[in-house]
Write a protein that binds this ligand. Structure first.
Ligand SMILES: [Zn+2]
Length: 138
């Protein structure tokens, strides 16, 4: 199966890279994420590292977006500090992003090989949480 090539939102990558370069400090904030909301806005966030399991930048981003009234995200990208470039989401974030935004596109790859892929492509044969909840309404 061949997935059609989707245009990469370079403005979004630049936004995440700028936050990674200017806002990530020391060990507590090492990753930045940026998302394109359905209404076109760009939302950014950084991770909040903590040994108890502090959230990745993508998870902070979901809350930051909601706090600004952006509940629908179309595209997301994460960029590492120290010029690490685009970093793919970890397994937990893939699952969370999929559950929140099933139609989301995620920018992965590096350098001139960046590409936007559906979050579903990052989680083949995934667990769909909503399919396993009791239907208490009916
Ligand atoms: Zn993560």
């Amino acid at each position: 199966m061949t997935t059609p090539i989707r245009p990469v939102d370079h403005e979004l990558v630049a936004a995440a890279a700028e936050v990674a370069r200017t806002r990530c400090r020391g060990d507590e904030h090492t990753m930045a994420a940026a998302a394109r909301a359905r209404d076109g806005r760009v939302i950014t966030a950084v991770n909040a590292y903590h040994f108890t399991g502090g959230p990745c930048a993508e998870l902070v981003l979901i809350g930051a977006a909601a706090a600004q009234g952006a509940y629908e995200l179309d595209t997301v990208v994460a960029v590492g500090d120290r010029d690490r470039g685009v970093v793919p989401p970890c397994g937990r974030c893939r699952q969370v992003l999929f559950d929140y935004f099933p139609a989301l596109e995620v920018i992965v790859g590096n350098g001139d090989r960046l590409r936007a892929v559906p979050v579903t492509e990052l989680l083949p044969e995934t667990y769909v949480w909503a399919d396993h909840q009791l239907d208490v309404s009916g």
